[in-house]
Structure formats: C-alpha cells, structure tokens
Ligand binder design. Structure first.
Ligand code: SF4
Ligand code: SF4
Length: 461
C-alpha cells in the first residue's frame, strides 16, 4: 500500500510503547463527576438542572438556545444528585461553570442510562439525522470540539466530495484512536457510512499512519460488510500516511490523502473535504444504533509518572484522581507536569482534579526527565522554526510582529493559519515559546474584532 504524506513535519519519539496495542479498559464508575456546561466550540449553554435535583445517566442537563445552531447539549454521565453548580478549572486552564453530580449510596452503573429510541440514519430524513447527532451532544472528539451536526451540514455553496476519517494520532503517548480502530471497527465504519448518507458524499478515506498498518485488514473487512456502502457502491478506502508530526492535523491529512490545500484563512470544506475523528464516528454510530448520548470518553492515560498506563473509558466529568489506585496509580513523587491532550498541543494543568471532557484524548503525567523546561533566550535567526512549520509559515516573523504589537503584520505573516501544532517551539534552540504567544495573539485579535463590532453596533444605535 502506498504511503502518503505532507511536506515538512517532525519525526518525534513516539513514546507510545506503554499503551500501544492495549485494548480500552472500562474504568470503575466514579462516585462523582464534574461536568463542564460548555464543552463545544460555539455559543454558550446554560444549566437545565438545579442543586438538589436527581438526574439519570443520559439525561440532558445543559443546552443552549433552542435555535442556537452552534450549541451542543451536555448529558449527565452518571445517575445521582446535583450537589453543586459552580466554576471549576477545566482542561484549557480557565474556569468554567460545571455541574457536580454525586452518586450517593447507590453503586453507579454503566447500563443504568436514559437512551433515545434508535434511529436509522439510512432511511430517515437528513434533518432528523442531524438533529439526532446534535441531541446526542456530539462534538468533534479529536480536539477542537466543533459541533458535529454543523460540520455535517455545510453551506449549499460548498461542494463536498470527500470525507476523511481521521485516525492519524501523531501526538506522542496517545493511543486511544488506535484502540478505537482496533476495538470498534464496525462502529467506526457504521458511523462513516451514516455521515456519507447524511452529506450525500460518495467517496471516503480512512487515514492513519503507517505504524497502524496491521489494522487495515479488519477495517477493509468491515467496509466490505457494510450494507449501505456496498448497496450504493460507495468508494471507501483505507490509506496509510507517514508517521510524522503533525500528520493528524486536518490540513496535513487533506494534503497527504487528497493532495489538496486548504486555502489561507479557510476550512477543510473550502477544499471539498469533511474530516471527522474516528472516535467521533463511533459516537455517531452509537447515537443512531443505541440512541446513546455522548456520556463516555475513551482516552489514554500515560507518561513516566503514571504507574498504570492504559487506554481507558470513563464517564465524561471523571477526575482521574478519583479512580481507585488498583485501577489507576499516579506516582506523585516523580510527577512534574500534567498535560491534557498530547504533549505537543495539549494544555498543562496545575493539578489532577480537572475533569475529562468530550474532547479529552489523553492525560499525560510527565516526570522531570520527560519535560523540557528551559529559560527563553534570544532569537539567533537560525530559521529552524521556518523549516519545520508544516503550514509553511514564518513563525519568527509572526513572533516579531506580535512582540511589537503589530497585529496587522502578524495576520499578514499567517497568524490565523497557524494550526498551533507547537513544532516551531519544539525545535527552537532559544526555547522561545512561539506557539504559546500565537495562542495569546489569536485571543487578542478576537477581542479586538469583537470590540470593533461592538463599537460599530453602538454607533448604529
Ligand atoms: S507557526 Fe503554528 S503551524 Fe507553524 S509550526 Fe508553529 S505552531 Fe505549528
Ligand atoms: S527557531 Fe527560534 S531562534 Fe531560530 S529563528 Fe526561529 S525563533 Fe529564532
């Protein structure tokens, strides 16, 4: 099988050995969960329950405005009583409103769940299928948490002719996508077929790195067995990409698998593609076949300070520190840094009591030997950041523009095209925190834009 790739990219130490090839283990149910009210990219939700309410696993507990296109509901992930509704630290290192549910005396159970009636995505109208995906609370599970029902309903002027199932897991340590592909190939292919029906797209590629070549035959078998794919002669293939960082980024995967460029400032749909993470596809399949909302999350827990590295399935809102030590043991003496997500793109958090969210792909407990901590030096104009940027940007130029407060120049140099992969920071010999500055720069730009919009609306009044 030919192996595709994009230009540039880093060959990182994968550090996946501790969990590679391990199936996902269902964790003992926690006695409490801390569920963020907002777990999606878009307009805010509000809590639909009050302190003291009894809730059932699967019950909707937060949602946005009924006509809010960019909102995604949130469901209780264990049955119990709402004990508090208050701000808590979240994985992005900011405080956000959370609903804290305690199970009480009863032993919480996985099958004690409020389900929707199953729905056949292959015979129901498109609007009904999209509504089901929204009602099930499905966001992109690969990182950005974009509402899945919005991604699957592009504007009519955008012609989509390719769906890519993203199984490229390029971050070190993480193996949860691999566990999903090997453990749930039928669900994955069912979810893919369902979104092909919803979007009317007739071609799809399941893409993953060449270190997962052994998983190809099982996927190809499921594709051949899928009734919708065979009955409609859909073109669904499995393709391998080089094991390079950041191969799992949407832009890189589209380049590698379709040889298309996402235009500057554009989205995958501007190059005719929809990209969905493999975990999202299995959640979509379960929303139709079981009527199950997104209340559980598969993730990798690993790192040198984790004594029991494994791929696990937990209710959304679980605090990893609440799991019994017989299942998950952290060596707090050796722990230096906790990262939610992968070490390249993830966020470091100050303590472990931060809840798992719908888009938490991993929690990595790092020792000092695994953490590069150095003082920032001065740029020596070596150009390594430029040579290693997979988006072909000039990070050093963006950084200079941001340092001098010239936002226009930063945007001209590509600030908004940066996918925040962190490769530039990783290779910078001066230890300059480039990607961190770019994240702050983007936030600043957003605030400047919304202040300008506000001022313009005030003038009209
Ligand atoms: S500028 Fe952005 S896209 Fe380029 S290497 Fe740095 S973080 Fe990655
Ligand atoms: S890699 Fe670092 S030192 Fe080298 S040019 Fe880029 S910012 Fe400067």
């Amino acid at each position: 099988m030919a192996v595709s790739t994009f230009s540039r990219g880093l060959k990182l130490n994968p550090r996946k050995h501790a969990t590679e090839g391990k199936p996902t283990e269902t964790a003992p149910f926690p006695k409490q969960v801390v569920i963020p009210v907002n777990q999606h990219f878009g307009a805010p939700n509000k809590a639909l329950v009050a302190v003291g309410d009894r809730v059932k696993r699967g019950q909707c507990i937060a949602d946005g405005a009924a006509d809010g296109l960019m909102t995604v509901p949130v469901h209780a992930s264990i049955s119990g009583t709402v004990k508090k509704i208050e701000p808590r630290l979240q994985q992005n290192n900011t405080e956000g409103l959370c609903i804290i549910i305690e199970a009480g005396e009863e032993e919480p159970k996985q099958n004690d769940i409020e389900l929707m009636p199953p729905l056949d995505p292959f015979s129901c109208p498109k609007e009904e299928a999209l509504k089901r995906i929204r009602d099930a609370g499905i966001t992109g599970m690969g990182g950005a948490a974009f509402p899945a029902h919005v991604k699957l309903n592009p504007p009519p002027d955008k012609i989509i002719d390719l769906i890519i199932a993203d199984g490229a897991e390029c971050e070190p340590y993480l193996t949860t996508d691999e566990a999903v592909i090997s453990g749930k190939p039928r669900l994955l292919v069912t979810g893919l077929a369902a979104i092909m029906k919803i979007t009317g797209v007739k071609r799809a590629i399941i893409g993953m790195e060449d270190n997962k070549a052994s998983l190809v035959p099982a996927l190809e078998k499921e594709i051949a067995l899928n009734e919708y794919i065979t009955a409609h002669s859909l073109d669904v293939t499995v393709r391998l990409c080089k094991t390079l960082y950041p191969q799992g980024g949407e832009k890189m995967l589209i380049k590698a698998l379709a040889n298309r460029e996402v235009p500057s400032g554009g989205l995958p749909l501007d190059s005719g593609c929809i990209v969905q993470n493999v975990g999202t596809l299995t959640a979509i399949a379960e929303a139709f076949t079981l009527g199950k909302p997104l209340v559980d999350r598969d993730l990798t827990v690993s790192g040198g300070a984790c004594k029991t590295p494994k791929n696990i399935c937990v209710p959304v809102g679980t605090l990893i520190g609440d799991l019994p030590e017989t299942f998950m043991k952290i060596d707090y003496d050796r722990l230096r840094k906790i990262v939610f997500g992968g070490p390249m793109m993830g966020n470091a958090v100050p303590f472990a009591a931060v809840p798992v969210q719908k888009n938490t792909s991993g929690i990595i407990f790092l020792t000092s030997g695994e953490t590069k901590i150095c003082d920032e030096g001065t740029c020596i104009r070596c150009g390594r950041c430029i040579r290693n940027c997979a988006c072909r940007l000039s990070p050093v130029i963006i950084n200079i523009a941001l340092e001098s407060g010239d936002m226009e120049e930063a945007v001209r140099a590509g600030l908004m095209d940066c996918v925040e992969c962190g490769s530039c920071s990783f290779v910078c010999p001066a230890g300059i925190k480039l990607v961190q500055r770019f994240r702050v720069g983007k936030q600043r730009l957003k605030m400047i834009k919304s202040a300008a919009q506000h001022a313009a609306s005030q003038e009209k009044v």
